[in-house]
Design a protein around this ligand. Structure first.
Ligand code: GRF
Length: 204
């Protein structure tokens, strides 16, 4: 069975959905480690409750990104981690890190990429006046929210939507979609070649 780590920075509602899916046998893989760059992230409490090993670090304690990334890579290697799931991890990983786990890092983003990359995707979509947005699960490359897209799900924007209300609906999609994608990836059913992603459907 494949082993994975989840990287978080904040609340960790996606982490919770992943833990729940694991409990219900909906992800055939082992969550071996939760990594946080924020020692007071609520996500760490969720990991603790689920009995998952945690590693948190404060980037300010390191003289360079390479330093703390080398530490993380060491910890991942020690646990034979096969792939990484970013779930609200607010730090850009360096090309050194990304290349070390090429095509093995997944991210979820609350917009239909390539529209609205970055930290304020929901706010930006609302401001722009588009009538639909959504959720994207993608591989992580060296850019910001720019890697090969695995799957997207659309959500219509309502006239009276606030950022909070829309985010809540997007979270519901995320919590359903991400565990499914993680399970598919763990089973080797998501193939990536350059920017082309192929999902092997049931029976194929
Ligand atoms: C999610 O909306 C995800 O799309 C984005 O960060 C948010 C994390 O939320 N990358 P949570 O910490 O999982 O609740």
């Amino acid at each position: 069975m494949k082993r994975f780590a989840v990287f978080v920075s904040g609340g960790g509602s996606n982490l919770e959905a992943i833990i729940e899916a694991l409990k219900n046998g909906k992800i055939e893989a082992e969550l071996s480690l939760v990594v946080s760059d924020n020692i007071s992230a609520y996500a760490l409490k969720r990991a603790e409750r689920a009995g998952v090993e945690r590693l948190s670090f404060n980037p300010k304690d390191y003289s360079s990104k390479e330093d703390y990334e080398a530490l993380i890579i060491g910890e991942l290697e020690r646990r034979d981690i096969d792939f990484i799931v970013l779930a609200g991890f607010m730090r850009i990983l360096s090309p050194y890190f990304v290349n070390n786990y090429k095509d093995k890092i997944l991210n979820i983003h609350p917009a239909l990429l390539p529209s609205f990359p970055g930290e304020h995707a929901v706010r930006d979509a609302l401001k722009s006046g588009v009538d639909k947005t959504g959720v994207t699960v993608h591989f992580v490359d060296e850019g910001v929210d720019s890697g090969p897209i695995i799957v997207q799900d659309i959500e219509l924007i309502k006239a009276d939507d606030t950022e909070e209300v829309l985010l809540e609906r997007l979270h519901k999609i995320e919590h359903r979609l991400y565990p499914e994608v993680i399970d598919f990836f763990a089973k080797g059913k998501i193939l990536v070649k350059g920017r082309d992603v192929k999902i092997i459907a049931k029976g194929e």
